[in-house]
Design a protein around this ligand. Structure first.
Ligand SMILES: *Cc1c(COP(=O)(O)O)cnc(C)c1O
Length: 387
C-alpha cells in the first residue's frame, strides 16, 4: 500500500489492553461494526454518542451510588434537569416546582417549557404532603423537589410527598446535588427521578461539567434514553473519566466537608453580626428533624442571614475574605462565598429575612484558617458602618 494509505490504516491493531486500575478513555464517534447486517441492529452499539467504555463505567458507578437501575448522563447539571423534564412532560401537563428550586430550573420552566404548553406552579417548600397534594390537578404530571432548597435550605418531607404522589400517579423529581447522592438516597424513598449536578461534589475539583439522572422505573428510563437521542446530547469520555476519578474519593471528601461546614456554621451562629444560620444539621434549624431522619450527613454548603445591615456592608465583608473565593458553583475542595439577595427576588413566595443572605461553601482547608479568615472579614464589616 502507498504511504498515504498506510498512515491511515496502520497502528489501529486491535490488541488486548493491559489491565490498568481505571477504565480506558475510549474516544470515538464511529463504532466499527462486524458486518453489514449489524449496521442497523438496534441491539448493538452502533454510534459512539452513548455506550462507550468511559461513560458506561461512570453510569455503572453512579447507579451503585444512587441505588438505581438506570443512570443517564448529561453535559451539565442543568441539562440533566431540563433533559428529564423534556423527557417526561408533554403539552397540557402541569408541573409543581418547589419555590426554593435552583434558579435556572425555574428559568427553564418559565421561558422554555411554557412555550411548549407546559404550565408551572411554584409551591412553598414548607408545605407538607397533604397541602402539596391539594395543589395537584388532573393535569399535574410531575412534582419537582429540592431538599435542602437552593439558597434558603428548607427541608421537605420527601418520603411522605413521594408516597402521596405515587398514590395519585404523579411522578417526582428531586435535585439531589446537596447530598451528592451519598447522604440521601431518594429512590429508596419512592422518588421517581434523582438528579445530580456531578459538577459539584462528584467532580469535586471545580473543573468539569456534567449531570446525571437516576431512576429505577423502566418506562421512565426508556423515555430518558429516547429524549437523549432525540435531542442529541452526549458527554465527553474525558469528562466522564474526570467524574469517575472524583467519585472515587467522594466518600472520603464529604465527611470532611460535613465536619468543617458544621463547625463553621456553629461558629457563625455565635457571632453578634449574624441573625441566623440556615443549615439543616444544626439542632435548632426548622428542617433538622427531617434531615436527621432521612439524611446521613451534610455537605459544606449553607446560608447565613446577617443582622439588618446595608448591602454595601455585606459586600465589604465578602470583599475582605482572603481564603474564600467569590464565585458561583460549589462542591470543589475550596471554600467559596457569595451574596444571594439578587437571586431571591425571583421567588413567587416572598422570603422574609432579617438582613442580607450570604451563602458559604466550606472546603477542605483547615477549619481554624477558615474561621480566622471570617473573623478578620467581620472586623472590616464592623468598620463599614453596618446600617
Ligand atoms: C449547580 C447546580 C445545578 C446545575 O449544575 P451545572 O452543572 O452547573 O449545570 C443544579 N442544581 C443545583 C442545586 C446546583 O447547585
Amino acid at each position: 500500500m502507498d504511504e498515504e494509505t498506510r498512515l491511515i490504516r496502520t497502528g489501529l491493531a486491535n490488541h488486548t489492553l493491559a489491565k490498568t486500575v481505571n477504565p480506558p478513555i475510549q474516544r470515538g464517534s464511529t463504532v466499527l461494526l462486524r458486518d453489514a447486517a449489524s449496521l442497523y441492529d438496534d441491539d448493538q452499539l452502533t454510534y459512539g454518542i452513548t455506550g462507550l467504555a468511559t461513560p458506561s463505567a461512570l453510569q455503572a458507578a453512579l447507579a451503585d451510588l444512587e441505588g438505581a437501575e438506570d443512570v443517564t448522563l448529561y453535559p451539565s447539571g442543568l441539562a440533566a434537569i431540563t433533559g428529564a423534564l423534556l423527557a417526561v412532560l408533554k403539552a397540557g401537563d402541569e408541573v409543581l416546582v418547589v419555590d426554593s428550586a435552583y434558579k435556572p430550573t425555574r428559568r427553564f420552566c418559565d421561558r422554555l417549557l411554557s412555550r411548549f404548553g407546559v404550565t408551572t406552579t411554584y409551591y412553598d417548600p414548607a408545605l407538607d404532603a397533604d397541602a402539596l397534594m391539594a395543589l395537584a390537578t388532573p393535569r399535574t404530571r410531575l412534582i419537582v423537589l429540592e431538599a435542602p432548597g437552593s439558597l434558603t435550605f428548607e427541608m421537605q418531607d420527601i418520603p411522605a410527598i413521594a408516597q402521596a404522589a405515587n398514590a395519585r400517579g404523579i411522578m417526582t423529581l428531586i435535585d439531589n446535588t446537596w447530598a451528592a447522592g451519598f447522604y440521601f438516597k431518594p429512590l429508596a424513598h419512592g422518588v421517581t427521578l434523582s438528579v445530580q449536578a456531578l459538577t459539584k461534589y462528584v467532580g469535586g475539583h471545580s473543573d468539569c461539567f456534567m449531570g446525571s439522572v437516576a431512576t429505577s422505573d423502566k418506562a421512565v428510563a426508556a423515555l430518558l434514553g429516547e429524549a437523549m437521542w432525540d435531542i442529541g446530547w452526549s458527554v465527553s469520555p474525558d469528562d466522564a473519566y474526570t467524574m469517575l476519578r472524583g467519585l472515587r474519593t467522594l466518600a472520603t471528601r464529604l465527611p470532611r466537608h460535613h465536619e468543617n461546614g458544621l463547625e463553621v456554621a456553629r461558629w457563625l451562629q455565635a457571632r453578634p453580626e449574624v441573625a441566623r444560620v440556615l443549615h439543616p444539621a444544626l439542632p435548632d434549624d426548622p428542617g433538622h428533624a427531617i434531615w436527621k431522619r432521612d439524611f446521613t450527613g451534610a455537605c459544606g454548603l449553607f446560608g447565613v442571614v446577617l443582622k439588618p445591615c446595608s448591602q454595601t456592608a455585606a459586600k465589604a465583608f465578602l470583599d475582605s475574605l482572603k481564603l474564600f473565593g467569590l464565585g458561583f458553583s460549589w462542591g470543589g475542595y475550596e471554600s467559596l462565598a457569595l451574596h444571594c439577595d439578587p437571586q431571591l427576588t425571583f421567588r413567587s413566595i416572598p422570603v422574609n429575612l432579617e438582613g442580607p443572605l450570604l451563602r458559604f461553601h466550606v472546603g477542605l482547608e483547615s477549619v481554624e484558617d477558615i474561621k480566622a479568615d471570617l473573623d478578620q472579614a467581620f472586623t472590616t464589616f464592623r468598620g463599614a458602618s453596618p446600617l
